[in-house]
Design a protein around this ligand. Structure first.
Ligand SMILES: Nc1ncnc2c1ncn2[C@@H]1O[C@H](COP(=O)(O)OP(=O)(O)OP(=O)(O)O)[C@@H](O)[C@H]1O
Length: 237
């Protein structure tokens, strides 16, 4: 076992309720501190499901999934939620912004729910709000937008708010589920510059799902899910 594994799945099996076959069946997957992982594979092969298992949103039917050495299955649902917000920034496929909160307050949510994220967002002496503003600016979202409700944003703007929220307070793990799907080429490159660089500077582990092979070269490690997933191997693309 790797001492440095931040995320580790061993003997992991998961089937969706009612499914006749498992969706995920992985012998061993270890992801280490600071790795930037590009997770890809055909639509429906289980990429989002695997992300949810790594982040403790879903719990394995069999096997162990650990974050920083702790098994998600040992925790209650509420304890998993607390641990996730403390250690994981998650950019969901549907963003999961709170629609009536402002952009700024959406970005600050992890700091509201986690003292650890709040302390890390304040670590340079400035209030967490200053880090939220800096992240929004780096994501190309100017101050004129910060007090707008999230529901008033375009899809591409929402993606960038979700990324700023994932990065605030330097979590050990950043998980991104197709975060560039609504961005044009310039925005996509700028978005990736910020996300990949912020993770490298903070030594955050980045697990990034995308179909877009044009961006694969930015990531140090490529994982083709059907190759490691016995459940998905051989399925049609
Ligand atoms: N909530 C759910 N309930 C039941 N089955 C689900 C659920 N979510 C996903 N599945 C099934 O699990 C399989 C894997 O889905 P998943 O979303 O993980 O794939 P994916 O590789 O992320 O796909 P895509 O690239 O299209 O986003 C699919 O067959 C899907 O129908």
């Amino acid at each position: 076992m790797s001492a440095a594994a931040v995320l580790r799945a061993e003997g992991l099996r998961f089937a969706w309720p009612g499914a006749t076959a498992p969706c995920i069946d992985i012998d061993l997957l270890e992801i280490e501190a600071g790795e930037a992982v590009f997770l890809h594979g055909p639509s429906g092969c289980g990429k989002s499901t695997l992300l949810s298992l790594l982040a403790g949103v879903l719990v394995a039917d069999a096997g162990r999934v650990t974050l920083l050495g702790e098994d998600w299955a040992a925790l209650s649902g509420a304890a998993r939620d607390r641990r996730r917000v403390a250690h994981v920034g998650y950019i969901f496929q549907q963003f999961n912004l709170l629609p009536y909160l402002s952009l700024l307050d959406n970005v600050l949510l992890p700091c509201r729910f986690s003292a650890r994220r709040r302390a890390q967002a304040q670590r340079d002496g400035a209030p967490a709000r200053a880090q939220a503003q800096a992240l929004l600016e780096r994501m190309g979202l100017p101050a004129a937008l910060w007090q707008r409700q999230a529901l008033q944003l375009s899809v591409g703007q929402q993606q960038r708010v979700a990324a700023a929220r994932a990065l605030i307070g330097h979590p050990e793990v950043v998980i991104a589920d197709e975060p560039t799907s609504a961005l044009d080429e310039d925005r996509r490159e700028a978005f990736l510059d910020v996300l990949v660089e912020a993770c490298a500077v903070n030594r955050s582990t980045l697990v990034f799902v995308s179909h877009d092979q044009r961006i694969a070269a930015r990531f140090g490690r490529h994982l083709l899910l059907p190759e490691i997933n016995r459940a998905g191997a051989g399925e049609p693309a």
